[in-house]
Design a protein around this ligand. Sequence first.
Ligand SMILES: *Cc1c(COP(=O)(O)O)cnc(C)c1O
Length: 389
Amino acid sequence: MKEQTKLIRTQAERTPYREHSVPLYLTSSFIFDDAEQSRAIFAEEMQGNVYSRYSNPNTTEFIEKVCDMEGAEDGLAFASGMAAVFASFAALLKSGDHIVSFRSIFGSTHQLLTQFFPRWGITSTYIDASQPELWEAAIRPETKMIFLETPSNPGLELVDLELLAKLKEKYPHIIINVDNCFATPYLQKPIQFGADLVSHSATKYMDGQGRVLGGVVVGRRELIKDMMFFIRHTGPAMSAFNAWLLSKSLETLPLRMDRHCSNALKVAEMLEAHPEIEQVRYPFLPSHPQYELARRQMKQGGGVVSFIVKGGFDRAKRFLDALNMILITSNLADSRSIVTHPASTTHSKLTDEERARVGIYPGSIRISVGLEDINDILADLETALANSK
Ligand SMILES: *Cc1c(COP(=O)(O)O)cnc(C)c1O
């Protein structure tokens, strides 16, 4: 079966009630036929659900779909994207280990690496994504993991996955861990390039409608097994309800991504030609400094566009206020278009210089382009640009 078909046809085993759509398994535990079966399942001689902190038919179905899309052997579902990212570090690393990552990673991941892990003896080094040769230079004997996102948020910098595959050949013991949330497995499959683990905030495009939080990590079986031990005893499990909803949402992920991407490209092209705009960043615009790389490793450019409006900080805020349809909220990857002004919100605690290093300027705006009719999106942006001078 092809990817789109599998996303629709993968389903938890049908019950004696002959339901068509998958039921919601709201149960904390599962019963055993007899004492011998419960012994065998506990001893892991037999597979079976025990307790929803470990597994549940709805989460299993959701994980199976993500594994299929990413080309992964196994996976685990989490209550949020951050629970997934945290577990992928905490379950696999120990005091004395070192992580190589880059400056533009997601804000909360940055806090983990700089505020929490040093307390537990796990250190990290950031490189500049624009200088790919630095990945190898940052590797030390104690480096156990390379962690990255591509494209990054909100600067839309890319990391060359093929280059990391070459590093993996040279340093096979280093775990390559990719947060693939912005691209989704429909647009980019890091495991094909040699990644060991792929993590996602399912809150974003997997849900795609701004309703629930969720996270997932998929990858090499032995790593997932080690992570399973960790999550069984620490409890960051995804709820059955969220898994049920997310699994349904995955049925339409490719369709939604096609529209997010085509709308985003049109927004990027309109902004690039607009006299009130200083600069536009979108992976599939030929003006993106890594355009060739984007074409090589992504199927389409994604749903997020970053741009700099003329007039700096105050103009950016006036522009947001002048929008009619598009609302200001810090989520992204929704069916509704969303704008944020990173310099006054998500990145307000950084200095101008720190912001510039991750591609954020006073007039930078991030738009997560939704699924509305493209003409309505363009009209709202154009009117707000005209009314905010
Ligand atoms: C949103 C996001 C996360 C965190 O996910 P939550 O579901 O909000 O916990 C991690 N990484 C990236 C790239 C994200 O965009």
